[in-house]
Design a protein around this ligand. Structure first.
Ligand code: HEC
Length: 417
């Protein structure tokens, strides 16, 4: 930690110095991002090598490999499309409006624990349509069928937004989006998440696949040299009144209050990303009691392995004498890609979740979790867009709850198209 601290201080000083000495031009900052993120495993291909229409899809398919955020995926796709169009001397290359592109992913899973054998499950079939209406307006819609689309709540629009890039530093995203809180949500698809299951803390606190409707102001600022800063500032409906945080995801608002949040992250070279997030909004129907959340994340790539960690905490206000809800947890993950095809991953995670707010319709029994887990996973990628995974989860209850044996074996087959 100490070395990291010193490293960060040095890196921060360098960034400040370089920002003062040499403000980067706009195209320069995305070019830097491109060279930073896309030249580790192969050369950063000349934009002209592929057509403007091909680039956004190519970048999306490399997204997991390069650990890109959603915003970086879009910014790089746009940058490369523009560069490619500019280099296109064959005709109408100056226009980069692109008809819709269809993509998506699907995955099937199988789980077995001591107590039960769960069936094969078509967990998700997600189909998305995206494109550029002109050179600054991007649109993205994702439609999802969960568990084969059978049952009440299993078919829905996961995302549907317009992203208006005024400039690299400033874009406005409007519509239904994944809440830019912490980082794991951007890795929840099966090609980007290296394990079968999602971390407990990402499921229960940052409520993975946290879909909301609202407005997000975001962008990047290139700092010259090898670093950039990304940010999000958003207003959304906010979590509704469910039995716990995870069951409070909603599209319509349950009260008059809006929720606010922000996230900022630093990219240092191609090896380090460090970010922090905050969120605050009313939770109950009356709009009187809030929930506040903080998060931090770190992605660190070394020659030996990729490290990824997140910390999250949430506090919910409760009426009268009831204690506030206190939720926190973290995970750390180490993963390494071998021979471009095999990926062993180890993850340790902890979650301590207690919310006694029954008066507000919450369920203190359900919302009482004190658990840690150790996950060993192995993935085989015959191509970067197909994976077969096997994982074993060792589950341990923490001090507040008695021991239960619910270790789990999980299998997953996934493809992105
Ligand atoms: C972790 C390693 C890694 C990183 C980082 C990476 N790539 Fe790749 N890339 C690969 C591998 C491996 C292949 C060859 C896979 C294949 O074509 O089956 C590839 C292939 C490609 C291709 C050729 C695809 C084709 O169908 O011809 C393009 C274009 C590409 N990458 C772009 C990018 C971009 C853009 C980035 C940054 C966002 C990036 N790559 C980051 C590993 C990586």
């Amino acid at each position: 930690m100490r070395t990291l601290g010193v490293g960060l201080t040095v890196a921060l000083s360098c960034i400040l110095a370089s920002a003062l000495l040499a403000p980067a031009s706009l195209a320069q900052s995305t070019r830097e991002l491109y060279e930073l993120k896309c030249s580790r495993c192969h050369e950063a291909y000349e934009p002209a090598k592929y057509s403007a229409a091909e680039w956004p899809g190519l970048v999306r398919s490399m997204r997991g490999q390069a650990a890109l955020t959603e915003r970086q995926t879009i910014a790089l796709g746009r940058f490369l499309a523009l560069e490619s169009a500019a280099a296109d001397t064959t005709g109408d290359g100056s226009s980069v409006s692109q008809g819709p592109r269809v993509g998506g992913y699907l995955y099937t899973e199988y789980f077995r624990t001591q107590e039960e054998t769960r069936n094969f499950d078509i967990h998700y079939l997600a189909i998305n349509v995206s494109g550029w209406a002109n050179e600054s307006i991007y649109y993205y819609g994702e439609f999802e069928l969960e568990h084969g689309g059978v049952g009440g709540n299993n078919t829905f629009v996961e995302q549907a937004y317009i992203d208006y890039w005024l400039r690299q530093e400033l874009a406005l995203k409007i519509g239904a989006m994944l809440t830019p809180f912490n980082r794991f949500d951007e890795f929840h698809d099966p090609l980007s998440n290296y394990t079968v299951t999602r971390p407990q803390v990402a499921r229960e606190i940052s409520v993975s696949a946290w879909k909301e409707v609202g407005v997000d102001l975001h962008g990047y600022v290139g700092l010259g040299g090898r670093s950039a800063i990304g940010y999000d500032l958003y207003v959304i409906n906010g979590l509704g009144s469910g039995t716990d945080l995870r069951h409070s995801r909603q599209y319509r608002d349950n009260n008059e209050d809006k929720a606010f949040g922000g996230r900022v992250f630093w990219l240092f070279g191609d090896s380090l990303e460090l970010g922090g997030s905050a969120y605050r909004g009313a939770w109950d129907d009356g709009g009187e009691y809030s929930v506040g959340m903080f998060g931090a994340h770190l992605l660190l790539d070394t020659a030996f392995a990729g490290f990824y960690g997140e910390y999250l905490s949430a506090t919910s206000e409760n009426p009268g004498p009831t204690d506030d809800g206190e939720m926190s947890g973290y995970f750390i993950q180490v993963s390494r890609l071998l021979a471009s095809r095999f990926r062993p991953t180890v993850r340790y995670g902890r979650l301590d979740y207690l919310d006694p707010g029954d008066e507000l319709g919450r369920d203190a029994d359900k919302g009482n979790k004190d658990v840690s887990e150790l996950i060993l996973a192995f993935g085989w990628y015959p191509t970067p867009d197909v994976v077969f995974k096997v994982e074993y989860v060792f589950t341990m209850e923490g001090p507040r709850l008695e021991e239960r044996d619910n270790d789990q074996l999980g299998l997953q087959a996934a493809v992105r198209f």
